[in-house]
Design a protein around this ligand. Sequence first.
Ligand code: SF4
Ligand code: SF4
Length: 566
Amino acid sequence: MSDVMKPMPFGQLMDWALTEHERQGSVFGVRRSASYAPGSGIDLFGGRIEAPFGPAAGPNTQLAQNLVAGYWAGARFFELKTVQVMDGAELSACIPKPCIAPGDVCYNCEWSTELTCADAQAEYVKGWFACKLLSREWGLGADDGFIFNMSVGYDLAGIKSAKVDGFIEGLKDASATPAWEECRSWALANLDRFEYVDAAFVEGISPKVSTSMTVSTMHGCPAGEIESIVSYLLTEKGLDTCVKVNPTLMGYDFVRSRLDSLGYDALSMERSSFENDLAWDDAESMFRRLIEVAKSNGRQFGIKVCNTLPVNVTYNELPADQMYMSGVALFPLAIAVVRRIAERFEGKVHISFSAGADENNIADLYHAGIWPVTLATALLRPTGYDRFAKMAENVGTVENVSRRRVDVAAVVALDEACVAGDAYRRPERAQGKRSLPAALPLLDCLACRACVTVCPNRANVLLDVPGFKRKQILHVDGMCNECGNCAVFCPYEGRPYKGKLTVFWSEGDMDASDNEGFLKLADGTFRVRLAEVSGTFDVDDESCGLPDDVRRVIQAARDNYAYLLG
Ligand code: SF4
Ligand code: SF4
């Protein structure tokens, strides 16, 4: 099916990154980049991060190219997409598509990774290896200046299963995984493609891809189960562990009243979602016990604020029974949770954050002692990964700190400011609406680039094609899981992931899709399917029977963007 993502081989990933960087100065369509001075950064989980932010567990950390795009842009803390015992096709069948709706409030109905645990592990290993090579080659920062943080769910039995345990152990030490050997062999065989990477550097890359965890539990998970999971990870798995809490911790009445006061009164929630979730009194005593467990095992414990808010589908926002709210509207709820934790623990518990964070509030969060900060919703809006470079600018140089303290007074100020000002109020003008009452053309759209920047998987690519005034969009079938995000921002009536010319990586993928597109065949010809004509064509032959504009786009893809062809 065309909504199934196909991880690309490490060689293709690297060829794409190196070639695009050399020819266009961008990487997977990301134009802005941040680099960090030697020695900068802050210690965390036995490693170091040169910047206190990165992508959250979600669509922006599911494939290796997402991780590379984020690293290039300036992210240094990567919360890898959650894995659980239910994975691959079984999980994928439970995710209605589209699964992301980032209007003026952002909703989703997605879940953990749609890859298998083994494929997810391989993607994270490839992403790790690629970021190491590129850190050195492009001088982006220290090769140990970033951290990959695992995320697993959703119950202890699943986390202890052989499948999830193999995932965890294979990231704690990836040296025996097939993906590690694939990356290592490719790098050693392609040293001539690098100026600053040599064999000693390749052999010295640490296989300890991740030594830390963020625990994600389902809404409604009992307190005892959450505590057992975190204890298990701290003690038996030896991982520094953060537990992700829900905004429901503040209680229905508080959340309702705060949302109403900021203009979100149309948002519908169930009181039962709060009553079934972890309550504050249970949470506080659990945190105190877990702090002691971590201390006695020489590990770090932290609290991640926060998960999404379950809300009702009211206006057919998504094809689901229930959906999850994230983004700007979540910030005022999350900062209230942070305030409560900071006040009750006098700033002495580590708090990381993900809820409506972006370039505008990152400096305030970081300087209040709340870090690392991860993003999902902001990356799904126009400019996407480019935001990380702006965040780096706004945070400035990150100095190491020996003691981890949250500044309670600064958190109180943030909490009060977010309800007093307009920054977190529901915008009066709806966002993300189309403005062109015209059908999306197969070629020669406005080339506004929105579908390129908002795609978490980098599945829409801009091509320069001789003879065209504007750049052309090519959709890469293997990288798309039909999340629907690009369709929200395209100004035309239509969906880029369905309506733009598509490159396929295999006959099976092409057969499983209805998109108009093409596949390179072994003999150099192309299988092409268009509304008006289908067949096998020699695109160098002007009279081959293909419309000339399509023929020239395929020719340009072959000649100048061969890494797109699979
Ligand atoms: S191309 Fe569109 S639908 Fe596909 S993954 Fe990217 S944003 Fe989602
Ligand atoms: S397909 Fe739509 S969003 Fe993408 S560049 Fe063209 S007009 Fe913009």
